[in-house]
Design a protein around this ligand. Structure first.
Ligand SMILES: [Zn+2]
Length: 470
């Protein structure tokens, strides 16, 4: 099995092949012949659905394998049988983060990569995208190594070990290297000591890099944090969108919305550190985008309001306003609800919508780009966060509309108003009344529609009411 795998992925696994041949730890050959039970110990906050998704089994299969378990009442410490795995013992799961690979995971947990490949049914190690949940055996009494390190360009393992307060022979053993000559620059190694170095798996200009939350979700807001060595600047792209980084203390922070209609799957995150002399060190890894589990609905509307001749110029106008990125961050902390009835929603963000023009052939597919609040005509609308008004006017589809720039590429839009109290250029405070609810534009009744843009993409506004960014 080892030889077939190594041959198949010859280039990528040349080192592993050498390791396997030289170290020859006699692995139990019958790992796949075991017929025991794979068990997961329920942790606080777990649900059956969440456990099933992490182990990549269906909810029905998980329930069927555990007939004595009440699906509505899980308690921490309970043992669940995970069906379909040829494994005898206790398992846990972990989400792959930036810089992780099969090799780094194997080194840190000291679980053989053959076992990781088998447990996770991997065809190729490149399937371990950032955000993917991996299954790991729990090894009682086995030391784990949590201090990642890399050998830098031009550095020997001895030099790296000295920098890390360790020695090259310990590092060779922990990291399953075939010898002290075997460590490659930027390869993720683990050290038994706690000294900081450059970020594991990243080029030496990067001290750290992270993306949260994981996995990425359609309509979500991602925070990318990078620390680089003095003098370097950072650029990058996520999916196909250029990131905009801003300095916060010693970090560079970028916010990026994930489009609600982006197909689920793996997409590249690319980061680049630029030295003062213009030389670049770049890094790319695939990240997993998962479904937002949004509903679908069909709406019958006045065909004039879905005529592309009307909607396209208006969409262009809105996206040109919201694509400007201000360097000042006006907001601080969590957003407040813009509505009088703050948590009464009549339509959530992300719902897939088919608009059909009444008595016409016109059909438009899209999604609900914001959050609709209950309560009609004449109710007050509050600014959810400080910012500068950049648009206030009447539009055919959105009706009387206001757009607030909160800075760093974050915008709020308020549609279908009856009255607007602010004008472009005004600065508004959090909670300030900016207008009144109405039923102007493409609506079936008076309501407040609020949407949030993050670096050119409409995101789920509820996220901004529930947590502080960045
Ligand atoms: Zn709406």
């Amino acid at each position: 099995m080892e030889i077939r795998l190594s041959f198949k992925m010859y280039k990528r696994f040349l080192t592993l092949l050498i390791l396997t041949l030289l170290l020859t730890f006699p692995l139990p050959p019958a790992a796949s012949a075991q017929t025991g039970e794979a068990v997961y110990i329920v942790q606080a906050g777990d649900t059956l659905y969440y456990i099933a998704s992490r182990f990549n089994v269906t909810l029905d299969a998980l329930i069927a394998a555990n007939p004595e378990v009440n699906p509505n009442f899980l308690s921490p410490g309970q043992r669940l049988v995970i069906p379909g795995l040829n494994f005898n013992g206790v398992l846990e799961t972990e989400v792959i983060s930036l810089g992780d690979s099969l090799r780094s995971l194997s080194r840190r947990t000291q679980v053989a990569d053959e076992q990781l490949i088998q447990l996770n049914r991997l065809v190729s190690p490149s399937e371990l995208y950032v955000g993917v949940s991996v299954i790991l055996p729990v090894q009682d009494g086995q030391t784990q190594y949590n201090t990642p390190m890399s050998v830098e360009n031009g550095e020997s393992l001895l030099e790296a070990a000295v920098r890390q307060g360790s020695d090259p022979w310990t590092l060779t053993f922990i990291n399953k290297l075939s010898g002290t000559w075997d460590a490659l620059p930027n390869d993720v190694l683990y050290s038994p000591n706690q000294n900081g170095g450059s970020a594991a798996g990243l080029p030496p200009a990067f001290l750290s890099a992270s993306i949260t939350p994981l996995p990425l979700i359609q309509g979500g807001t991602e925070v990318i944090r990078v620390q680089v060595r003095d003098g370097y600047s950072v650029t990058g792209t996520l999916v196909d969108r250029p990131l905009r980084f801003f300095s916060v203390n010693s970090e560079q922070v970028a916010l990026q919305g994930i489009h609600a209609l982006l197909e689920t799957g793996a997409y590249p995150l690319r980061l680049e550190a630029v030295a003062p002399d213009g030389t670049r060190q770049s890094f790319e890894q695939m990240v997993l985008v998962t479904s937002g589990n949004y509903y679908s609905e069909t709406l019958y509307v006045d065909p004039a309001t879905i005529d592309p001749a009307v909607t396209e110029p208006e969409n262009q106008q809105i996206s040109s306003v919201t694509s400007i990125v201000s360097n000042t961050k006006y907001w601080n902390g969590i957003f407040s609800s813009p509505a009088v009835y703050p948590d009464q929603y009549t339509s959530l963000y992300g719902t897939r919508r088919t608009y059909i023009g009444s008595n016409s052939d016109l059909t438009i597919d899209g999604f609900h780009t914001g959050l609709d609040f209950a309560g009609g005509e004449g109710l007050q609308i509050f600014a959810p966060a400080p910012g500068q008004v950049v648009f206030a006017g009447l539009l055919p589809v959105r009706g009387y509309a206001t757009i607030i720039d909160h800075g760093w590429g974050v915008y709020s839009g308020f549609w279908h108003q009856s009255v607007i109290y602010v004008k472009p250029g005004d600065f508004v405070e959090q909670g300030q009344v900016i207008g009144l609810v109405g039923g102007t534009g493409r609506v079936t009744g008076a309501h407040l529609h609020w949407e949030v843009w993050v670096n050119g993409v409409q995101v789920n506004p509820l996220d901004w009411l529930r947590q502080a960014y960045p």
